[in-house]
Structures are given as structure tokens and as C-alpha cells.
Design a protein around this ligand. Structure first.
Ligand SMILES: NC(=O)c1ccc[n+]([C@@H]2O[C@H](COP(=O)([O-])OP(=O)(O)OC[C@H]3O[C@@H](n4cnc5c(N)ncnc54)[C@H](O)[C@@H]3O)[C@@H](O)[C@H]2O)c1
Length: 264
């Protein structure tokens, strides 16, 4: 059983909090939205996701899950702090990491030895975690000892709980091998491969995976345009391609394209 603080209880954070609680850990979710914290305390999720509300209620009742607006309350005794915060694109397309940086500034004065592992689940450009580490160090040189980890999230909205509990893999990047190993142990009950790597490698796995999936969708849409011109049936073409295990059938359905927080 580990004591975990989850900062940001939106899509990724709430699923992370509820699932880690279900695995037997003690979780405190911290969110800046007072109304959301109140409704979560009543066991009401702010969005629909199959199985999520049941998990939240069961773990609230079991005393393994609680919610607060206070960072100090949230991180008390925490061995792990997960940042599940948005890094939305700005007008020029670059990711806006100000929310992440502001959370780290709020956490910094509250961190004490033995330092918890600080883990980012946000989808953010390569180098973001190293920058957060530098930010901590610039606030107080001793905070350079705080291990920073990138643990990208691959869940899909609509099957978030099932995806969290049964992922194809877990990716954990850090410059501190022992911190990465400790994060992997949190996922050990899921019995799936946990890939440990450098910080930048883990961040790149997420971006490369998203780019590849987006390319697959765009590719089959281009093929659909060609099919219309030559009289071929794109659904059959996609099936014929997808049965090849080197290609695979997922993300080969022509349609309106892609969207959502990780595919802006
Ligand atoms: N939604 C998905 O399917 C998905 C999947 C994989 C990765 N991600 C990535 O995970 C990250 C989080 O995404 P999300 O969909 O959970 O976002 P979200 O908008 O659903 O949730 C973010 C939460 O953070 C809270 N918040 C904002 N600023 C805060 C602060 N300073 N302190 C505490 N709480 C704060 C908000 O009130 C909100 O509840 C993003 O980087 C996203 O790209 C999302």
C-alpha cells in the first residue's frame, strides 16, 4: 500500500486516483476546482466513464480515496505525487506548460525529506519534465534531489478504466533509476510490461505514439479519397490491410479524422 497524491482530478487524474485506490493504495486527489471537489466527495464524477463512479464510491466508502483543494493536505505523507494537468496548445501550436509549472511552484515549499517521487502524466513536449526538475532546483537547490518521472498515459476516453487497468504497456522515464523502479511497482498488480527509460525517451514514446496513430487515421482517409476515384471499397481495403499483422486493424477506419485533448 502506498500513499499517493494525484494533482488534477479531471479525466486522467480521476481515473488514476480511482484505479490506484482500487489496487489498495491510499489516494488524495487535489483539484483547484472547488465545485468539482465537492461533487467528487459525494461520489459524483464530473463526466461519464463506464465503471468510474462505482470505483470512486467504493473507494470513498473504504476510506482509500479522498479529495481536497489543499496541496498541503494532499501531499501529507505522500510517497508519490502524480501531476495530471492540462498542457493545451497555444495559438502558435506550442504546448502551454504554465499550469504544470504553477502546480510545481505551489508544491515546492511543501516538499520535505524523504522527498516523494514527482510524476507527470501530462502529454507535454520532450524536455518538460527536465524543465520541471530545473524549476524545483531554482526554487531551492535542495529540491534538486526530488526524483522527477514521466509516466505518459495512453487511456482512451470511453474505456478509460478498462484501459488503465489493462494497458498494453506502462512507460516510466526518469534520470533516477530507483524512482522509476518504484513507480513500476505501483503498476505491478496489473501484470503488464513496464518499460523504464530516460525521461526524454518516455516523453518521446507518447508523442511518437500519438503521431503514429494520427498518421494512420490520416493515411486511411487519404486512401478513402483514392478509393472514391477508382471505385474501390475503402472498408474492404482497410480490412484487407489490417489483417496483415505488420499493419494491424486499429485506427484504420476512415471518418472525420481525429480530435481530443491529445490529438488537438
Ligand atoms: N483525456 C484523455 O483521454 C487523455 C489521455 C492521455 C493523456 N491525457 C493528457 O493528460 C493531461 C490531463 O488531461 P485531462 O484530460 O485529465 O484534463 P482535464 O481538463 O480533464 O483535467 C484537468 C484537471 O486539472 C485541474 N486543474 C487545473 N489546474 C490546476 C492546478 N493548478 N492545481 C490543481 N488542479 C488543477 C482542473 O480543474 C481539472 O479538473 C493532459 O496533458 C492530456 O493531454 C489525456
Amino acid at each position: 500500500m502506498s500513499k499517493i497524491c494525484v494533482v488534477g482530478t479531471g479525466y486522467v487524474g480521476l481515473v488514476t486516483a480511482a484505479c490506484f485506490a482500487e489496487l489498495g493504495n491510499r489516494i488524495v486527489g487535489v483539484d483547484s476546482d472547488a465545485e468539482q471537489v465537492e461533487s467528487l466527495r459525494r461520489g459524483e464524477a464530473p463526466f461519464f466513464e463506464p465503471g468510474l463512479e462505482g470505483l470512486v464510491r467504493r473507494n470513498l466508502e473504504a476510506g482509500r480515496l479522498s479529495f481536497t483543494q489543499s496541496y498541503a493536505e494532499g501531499i501529507e505523507g505522500a510517497e508519490f505525487i502524480f501531476l495530471c494537468l492540462p498542457a493545451p496548445p497555444m495559438a502558435n501550436g506550442a504546448a502551454d506548460t504554465r499550469i504544470l509549472r504553477s502546480a510545481v511552484r505551489q508544491l515546492a515549499p511543501l516538499l520535505a525529506q524523504p522527498y516523494p517521487v514527482l510524476i507527470s502524466k501530462s502529454t507535454a513536449p520532450v524536455g518538460t519534465c527536465a524543465n520541471l526538475h530545473r524549476l524545483l532546483e531554482s526554487i531551492d537547490p535542495r529540491l534538486g534531489q526530488v526524483p522527477v518521472v514521466s509516466n505518459p498515459e495512453f487511456l482512451r476516453e470511453g474505456s478509460a478504466v478498462a484501459d488503465f487497468m489493462g494497458p498494453d504497456r506502462v512507460v516510466v522515464g526518469s534520470h533516477c533509476a530507483s524512482a522509476a523502479a518504484r513507480v513500476c511497482t505501483l503498476y505491478a498488480p496489473l501484470r503488464v510490461p513496464c518499460l523504464t527509460a530516460k525521461l526524454e525517451t518516455a516523453e518521446m514514446v507518447k508523442y511518437a505514439s500519438n503521431a503514429f496513430l494520427a498518421a494512420k487515421i490520416s493515411f486511411i482517409n487519404e486512401i478513402a479519397n483514392v478509393c472514391e476515384q477508382v471505385g474501390a471499397d475503402v472498408t474492404e481495403v482497410a480490412r484487407g490491410m489490417g489483417l496483415d499483422r505488420r499493419i494491424g486493424k486499429s485506427f484504420l477506419r476512415p471518418g472525420i479524422g481525429y480530435g481530443g485533448s491529445c490529438f488537438p
